[in-house]
Design a protein around this ligand. Structure first.
Ligand code: NAD
Length: 431
C-alpha cells in the first residue's frame, strides 16, 4: 500500500467537490478538514516470553455534528495516523449517507496480529481501552471491529471498559458476541449490506444475479461472507484472494469449501481444483461483479484501465484512488462507493447499540429486515441523484447526500455563523 500520498487528503477531495457542488459555505469544508480530536497512545504489553513490547495506538474522532462518534478499531502493521484519520472521515460520510445518528471516528494499533498469541492479543485489546477510555462511552464514542479485530476482541474491550467504570457497559462497543450484548446478524452485516448494494446495482443495470460472475479480493469477515451470500443467490464465484494470493476457477468455487480450507491452512492458496492467480490478476478478471474487500488503494491508475467488471461494490474502505475513479467513470464501470456499499456494518452496529440502550433484543430476521430497508433506501437516494445528474458518479452523489446532511446539521446547530444564505433560503422555502 502506497503511503506517499496522504489518504486523508485524497478523501477530502470528494468532500471539497461536494461542498462546492452544493454551493455550501467553505466553513463546512474547513470543519471537516480537521478532526475534532486525535489521540496517540503508548500501549505496553507483556508478551508471552516475559518481555514488554510497546505498541502505538490511535483514535481519531472526526466529526460529531450528527451524533456520538462511531468507528472500528484496526490492528495491522501499516496502521498510522494518516490512515486512521482517513478511515474516520469515511465513517463521518458513511453515517451521514445512511442517515444514522452518529459522527465518524476510527482507531487502530500498529501491530502484526498474525505473529501474536491469543493472550498477547487480549492484553493489547485491554491496553488499548486503558489508554483510550476517557474518550470512549456509549454517548461519546462507540468503537467496533475492523481489519484483524473481531467479536472476541470487542468482548475483551467491553469487559475492560466495564471494569474501569464499575458496571457492565455493553453499549460502549459494538460487534460483540451475542451472549454479551451483541446483535444477531452483526458479523455478516457488512457483507450482507454490500451484497444488497451489489444486487440493487445489478437490478438497475439489468444484470441477472443467477449465473452472474463474481471476483472477491480479501477473504476475511467482509469478503468471505459476501462470497457465500452471493453464491447462495446463484452467482458464480470465479475468484477470491487473501494476503497470500488468489485462486481462480472459471466454473466457480464453492465459498463454503474455501472457508473450511482457509480455516485449516490459514490461506486460500492451494484450494483443491483451483488455479493460482495474483491479486493483480484477480482485479483484471472478466466478471460481472468485483468486490474489493481487503485494504485501501488497491484499484489505482496503474490497473483501473484493466478492470473488466461491470459493477464494483466496494466492501473495503477506500479501495479506489481518485485517479482510478476517474478512469472507471470514463470506462462506465458502475461503482457502488465504499461509504454506501460497506455501510451495512455500521448500520447493524447502530441496531446493536439501540438494543443495548433499550435492553430489548431483536431476532436475526428483524435485524436483516431493517438492514435491507436501510440499505435499499440509501441506495435509492444516491441512485436517484445519479440518474438526475448525468455528470456525476455514484461516489459523487453519495458524498453529496452525506455533505448535504452534515452541512445542514452544522447550520442548524449554529456551527457555521452568519451569512449562510443558502441554508437560510432553504429554511425559508420549507416554512
Ligand atoms: P479481515 O481482517 O476480516 O479481512 C481482511 C482480508 O483481506 C484478509 O483475508 C486478508 O488476508 C486480506 N488482505 C489483506 N491484504 C490483502 C491484499 N493486499 N490483497 C488481498 N487480500 C488482502 O477484515 P474485514 O473486517 O473483512 O475488513 C476488510 C475491509 O472492509 C477493510 O477495508 C475494512 O475497513 C472494511 N470494512 C469492514 C467492516 C467490518 O464490519 N468488518 C465494516 C466496513 C468496512
Amino acid at each position: 500500500m502506497s503511503k506517499r500520498v496522504s489518504s486523508f487528503e485524497l478523501a477530502m477531495q470528494n468532500v471539497g467537490a461536494a461542498v462546492k457542488r452544493l454551493n455550501f459555505s467553505p466553513t463546512v469544508y474547513e470543519i471537516l478538514k480537521y478532526p475534532e480530536r486525535e489521540l496517540t497512545a503508548a500501549i505496553p504489553v507483556k508478551m508471552d516470553d516475559g518481555t514488554v513490547k510497546v505498541f502505538v495506538g490511535y483514535r481519531v474522532q472526526h466529526c460529531s455534528v450528527l451524533g456520538p462518534f462511531k468507528g472500528g478499531i484496526r490492528f495491522h502493521p501499516d496502521v498510522d495516523m494518516d490512515e486512521v484519520r482517513a478511515l474516520a472521515l469515511w465513517m463521518t460520510m458513511k453515517c451521514a449517507v445512511m442517515g444514522l445518528p452518529y459522527g465518524g471516528a476510527k482507531g487502530g494499533v500498529a501491530c502484526d496480529p498474525k505473529s501474536m498469541s491469543p493472550d498477547e492479543m487480549e492484553q493489547l485489546s485491554r491496553g488499548y481501552v486503558r489508554a483510550m477510555w476517557p474518550l470512549l462511552g456509549k454517548e461519546k464514542d462507540i468503537p467496533a471491529p475492523d481489519v484483524y479485530t473481531n467479536a472476541r476482541v470487542m468482548s475483551w474491550m467491553m469487559d475492560e471498559y466495564s471494569k474501569i467504570k464499575g458496571y457492565n457497559e455493553f453499549g460502549v462497543i459494538t460487534g460483540k458476541p451475542v451472549v454479551v450484548g451483541g446483535s444477531s446478524g452483526r458479523e455478516e452485516a457488512t457483507a450482507r449490506g454490500c451484497v444488497i448494494a451489489a444486487r440493487e446495482a445489478a437490478t438497475v443495470l439489468g444484470i441477472r444475479l443467477q449465473g452472474a460472475t463474481v471476483a472477491v479480493q480479501g477473504f476475511g469477515n467482509v469478503g468471505s461472507v459476501a462470497a457465500r451470500l452471493l453464491h447462495r443467490m446463484g452467482c458464480r464465484i470465479i475468484a477470491v484472494s487473501d494476503s497470500s494470493g488468489g485462486i481462480y476457477n472459471s466454473k466457480g468455487l464453492d465459498p463454503e469449501g474455501v472457508c473450511q480450507y482457509k480455516k485449516s491452512t490459514g490461506r486460500v492458496k492451494g484450494y483443491p481444483g483451483s488455479q493460482q492467480i495474483s491479486n493483480e490478476e484477480l482485479l483484471a478478471l472478466e466478471c460481472d461483479i468485483l468486490i474489493p474487500a481487503a485494504l485501501e488503494n488497491q484499484i489505482t491508475e496503474q490497473n483501473a484501465h484493466k478492470i473488466k467488471a461491470r459493477i464494483i461494490a466496494e466492501g473495503a474502505n477506500g479501495p479506489t484512488t481518485p485517479e482510478a475513479d476517474r478512469i472507471l467513470t470514463e470506462r462506465k464501470v458502475f461503482v457502488v462507493p465504499d461509504i454506501l456499499a460497506n455501510a451495512g456494518g455500521v448500520t447493524v452496529s447502530y441496531f446493536e447499540w439501540v438494543q443495548n440502550n433499550t435492553g430489548l433484543y431483536w431476532t436475526e430476521y428483524e435485524v436483516n429486515r431493517r438492514l435491507e430497508e436501510k440499505m435499499v433506501a440509501a441506495f435509492k437516494e444516491v441512485y436517484q441523484m445519479y440518474k438526475a445528474r448525468k455528470d456525476l458518479s455514484m461516489r459523487d452523489c453519495a458524498y453529496t447526500v452525506a455533505v448535504q446532511r452534515l452541512g445542514e446539521a452544522m447550520w442548524l446547530r449554529g456551527w457555521l455563523g452568519k451569512g449562510y444564505e443558502h441554508h437560510e433560503q432553504r429554511e425559508a422555502a420549507r416554512a
